[in-house]
Write a protein that binds this ligand. Sequence first.
Ligand SMILES: [Zn+2]
Ligand SMILES: [Zn+2]
Ligand SMILES: [Zn+2]
Length: 339
Amino acid sequence: MSAIDRRNFIRMGGALLATPLVVPALVSEASADNDFFQSQWRFCNKCEVMFFNGFPTKGNCPAGGAHNAQGYNFILPHGNQLTETAKAQVNWRYCGKCFSMFWDGSPDKGKCSAGGGHAATGFKFRLPHDIPGDGKNQNNWRFCQKCHVMFFDGYAGKGRCAGGGGHSAYGYMFVLPFDTPPDLSIRSNVTTDGWAPIGGWVQVDAHADGTYAFSGHIHNSGAVNIRYTLAAALVTPTGQTFGFARNGHRVDGTETVFGRNRDDNWSIGDNEIDIMRNWDQVSRSQLYWRIVASDTLRGRIEGLLEDIAKEGFKRLKQALDANPAMQTANVYMKVLQTL
Ligand SMILES: [Zn+2]
Ligand SMILES: [Zn+2]
Ligand SMILES: [Zn+2]
C-alpha cells in the first residue's frame, strides 16, 4: 500500500471572473458627460415596459402579478448633474411602487399599476433618443402618454397599460443601450499542495448561444500510478450550477515502465439551452473545482459534484450577504458532462 491511499485526498479551488461593463459608443455621443450606468433594466414580456430587475421582488405588473424579464440587459445612464441635450432627455426615474422607468418631468405622475401616480426614487436617468440604433442600442422605446412609463413599441401589441388597454406612444423615439456579456472563459490551475504528485488545469468556456466546452490537463510527476476524479462547477450569481467531471481517470507514475501515460488531456463540448436562456447570469459565473486522488480510487462523482455546488454557493452567499440588493436563490445543479 502506498502512502497516498491511506488518506482521503481532496483539494478544492475557486476562481473569480470579473465582467467589465461595456459602455456603448452611441450613448457617449448623445450625452458625453454621463456619470454612471445602471444595469438590470429589462423588458417585461407581460406589460412591455422597462422595469428594474435587480431586486428579489419584481414590482407590480399592470398585467397582474410581478414583472417578468425577457431579452436584453439594458444599462441606462444616470447622474446627479445631467442636463438635457438635443439627443437625451432628463427626468426619467425609477418608480419604487411598480419598479417601472417613468417620466417624472410633469406634476402629473401618470398611472401606477400599484395605485395612484408613480413615485420617483433612486437615480436620475437621462435617456438617449433619436439616434440610430445598432447591435448595442435598441430603438422603438417610447413614452406612454397614458401611464407615463417607458415601453417597447416594436411589437404590434402595445402591452398592458395601467391606464387601461395598451400603451400609447408619444414624443421622442428612445434608443436604449444594452450589454451583450462577453464570452465566458475561465481556467483554473489544479494543484494538490503536494499530497499527490499530480496537477494541471481545468477550463470551462461558454457562449451566449449555449455552446460550451469543458477541457483540462492532468500530469503525474511522481512514481505511483494515480487514479483521480476532478469535478468542476460553474456557479451563477443566482446560484444556478452547471457541473462537469472527469471521473476515475488514471495517470501513470514511473512505476509503469511499458506503455506509460503520464498525462491526461480532454476537451469536450456541447450545447445547453439553459446556458443560452440564462446567459446574463452564466456569463458572470465563478468556477469551482475539487479533486480526489489515490491509487485505488473508485467512482464517487455524485457526492463530489454536490459538495462543490454547496461549497460554491456558501462562498457566493457570503458575497451576496455583503450586497443585499442582489438576489439569493437556491442551488440547483445540472450535470452537463461526466467523462
Ligand atoms: Zn410587467
Ligand atoms: Zn409606478
Ligand atoms: Zn401605458
